[in-house]
Design a protein around this ligand. Structure first.
Ligand code: COA
Length: 180
């Protein structure tokens, strides 16, 4: 288990799956905004890779996010697209609706950085998010991620093309930010 200030990242448990499915992936708008592909319904028992861990996928490390105080499940997070040659990876996270806006997302990004930079020895982490996702941009920038560019009209979301922001953070920048 990896610990932050108020949350921890642990392995996915069987009992997490229906809660995450209902809270994150049954919601058409949230799912369409957070995922690269089209929304489609997820059946109970589905092996959807966002929910069911496939340990043979070495480039993708999924976590469940829990509160340190009491252990309640609050969301899902992952390091994905892990590239051990270029030593980079992407960060993804989604919190259950009742757990948003409390600072947990900022804490999750910090713990994913610990995992990526310290445990995995990566050089660079990146995040792609919709330009109007103020909470995700805030959680990233609070951890030192910098905006590196705008991907114009890169996301088809509920009937319109939206811009995405690409944010990046390098290992030495992260270490300097924590020492300050
Ligand atoms: C995006 C998400 C992970 C952020 O986590 P969070 O716990 O809600 O965010 P935090 O409470 O840590 O807030 C981060 C910053 O954004 C700000 N913020 C939070 N919610 C906000 C909102 N709805 N509107 C504007 N700003 C917001 C906070 O004030 C904070 O800014 P600060 O550091 O300057 O104080 C979470 O909201 C979520 O799961 N959203 C739905 C799924 C999603 O969008 N995933 C990301 C896909 S790339």
């Amino acid at each position: 288990m990896l610990r932050g200030n108020r949350i921890a990242l642990r392995a996915r448990y069987e009992e997490d799956i229906p809660i995450l499915r209902t809270g994150l992936y049954d919601d058409v708008v949230n799912s369409s905004r957070a995922e690269a592909g089209p929304w489609r319904p997820v059946s109970p028992g589905s092996k959807d890779p966002r929910l069911v861990v496939d340990d043979t996928q070495e480039r993708h490390v999924p976590f469940s996010v829990v509160e340190l105080d009491g252990g309640a499940l609050v969301g899902s997070a992952s390091l994905w697209g892990i590239d051990n040659h270029n030593r980079l990876a992407h960060i993804g996270l989604g919190l259950l609706p009742a757990s948003r806006g409390k600072g947990y997302g900022t804490d999750v990004v910090d713990v994913l950085c610990q995992y990526g930079f310290v445990v995995r020895g990566l050089r660079r982490l990146q995040i792609e998010t919709l330009e109007d996702n103020a909470a995700m941009l805030g959680a990233a920038e609070r951890n030192g991620f910098v905006r590196e560019g705008v991907l114009r009209s890169s996301a088809w979301v509920m009937g319109e093309f939206l811009d995405e922001v690409l944010l990046g953070l390098l290992d030495h920048e992260w270490k300097a930010g924590r020492a300050a």
